[in-house]
Design a protein around this ligand. Structure first.
Ligand code: SAH
Length: 273
C-alpha cells in the first residue's frame, strides 16, 4: 500500500513539472536583479561564494562531476568547470536540457544572459571581470553531456547512460526537495544519487530549509519537502556520506515570498564513505 501511495505522489510531483517553462524560470528567478546579484548580502552572492570556496579548497577536483537536476541553469558549474575535466549536466525535463544545449551551443538560441554571473565568479577567482568570455569558453568545453535523469529511480540515469559509482563529485542544487513529495522520497532520492558517486568522492548539495512551496513561474506553485537542518544531516548520513560542512544563510529580510517561503538556504559538503 505504502509503495503505491509513494508512486502516486511521485507521479503528482512529475505532473507539477509539466507546466515548467525554462525561459520563464530563468527570467523570474535568475535575472541579475531577481537574484540580487548586485547586493553584497544577496542570496546569489552567497551561493556563488559557497561554490567558489568548495571548488578552490583543493580536495574537490578530478575527472568527472555530475550535476543532478541542473534545470536550465549554469551558475552552479562556473567554479567547478575550472577543476573538473568533464562535467555532465542532467535534468528530468527535456525543455530544460534543451535550454542548456542552446546556451552551450552558443548560436544565439538561448535568451539567457549569464554574463553577470560569469563576471562575478571571475572576480571571486581574482580575475578581471572582462575574462568572463574565457570562462564561458571553458564551460562550453568542459560540459560534455546533458542527460535525462529521474532521482526517484534507483539508477537515476538509467542503466545504459553511465555506470554506478562513476563520478568523482555529485552536486545537486534546489532539486531534491523540489522534486520529492515527502521526506521519505527525499531520503531515497539522495541515496539514489549518491550511488552515482565513487567512494571517497564528494557530495555537494544546496537547497532550502523550512520551505513549503516555490513558484517556478507566476501561477506555477510547486510544493516542496519542508526540511530542517537535523533532517538534512540525517539524510546525508543515511546516504552513506560523512558531513564535512553545513553552511546556512538566513533568508534576507528584504526578500518577499513571491518566489518561495524558505526560511534559509543550506550548503552541504560531504564525502562518500
Ligand atoms: N538546479 C537548478 C534547478 C532547480 S529547480 C537551480 O539551481 O535553479 C528543480 C529542478 O528539478 C527542475 O529543473 C526539475 O526539472 C527537476 N526535477 C523535477 N523532478 C525531478 C526528478 N524526478 N528527477 C530529477 N530532477 C527533477
Amino acid at each position: 500500500m505504502e509503495g503505491a501511495a509513494t508512486e502516486n505522489s511521485v507521479a503528482n510531483m512529475a505532473a507539477c513539472y509539466e507546466g515548467f517553462d525554462p525561459e520563464v524560470y530563468l527570467q523570474k528567478l535568475y535575472s541579475a536583479t531577481e537574484t540580487y546579484l548586485d547586493r553584497e548580502d544577496g542570496n546569489a552572492r552567497w551561493a556563488l561564494a559557497q561554490l567558489h570556496r568548495a571548488f578552490t579548497e583543493g580536495d574537490v577536483s578530478g575527472e568527472l562531476l555530475l550535476d543532478v537536476g541542473s534545470g536550465p541553469t549554469l551558475y552552479q558549474v562556473m567554479s567547478a568547470c575550472e577543476v573538473f575535466k568533464k562535467v555532465i549536466l542532467t535534468d528530468f525535463l527535456e525543455a530544460n536540457r534543451r535550454e542548456l544545449r542552446l546556451w552551450l551551443q552558443n548560436e544565439g538560441g538561448s535568451k539567457m544572459n549569464w554574463t553577470p554571473f560569469l563576471q562575478h565568479v571571475c572576480k571571486l577567482e581574482g580575475r578581471r571581470p572582462s575574462e568572463w568570455t574565457d570562462k564561458a569558453t571553458k564551460l562550453r568545453q568542459v560540459v560534455t553531456d546533458i542527460l535525462p535523469i529521474d532521482v526517484h529511480r534507483p539508477h537515476p540515469l538509467g542503466p545504459d547512460a553511465l555506470p554506478l559509482a562513476v563520478a568523482n563529485c555529485v552536486t545537486s542544487y534546489f532539486c531534491l526537495e523540489s522534486a520529492s513529495p515527502d521526506l521519505g522520497a527525499f531520503n531515497r532520492a539522495l541515496i539514489h544519487i549518491v550511488s552515482l558517486l565513487r567512494p571517497g568522492g564528494h557530495l555537494l548539495l544546496m537547497g532550502n530549509l523550512g520551505e513549503t512551496y516555490y513558484f517556478a513561474a507566476p501561477g506555477l506553485k510547486i510544493p516542496v519537502v519542508t526540511l530542517t537542518e537535523a533532517q538534512l544531516c540525517s539524510a546525508v548520513k543515511e546516504s552513506g556520506c560523512s558531513l564535512i560542512r553545513l553552511e546556512v544563510f538566513q533568508r534576507p529580510k528584504y526578500r518577499s515570498e513571491e518566489h518561495n517561503d524558505a526560511a534559509a538556504t543550506f550548503f552541504v559538503k560531504a564525502r562518500k564513505n
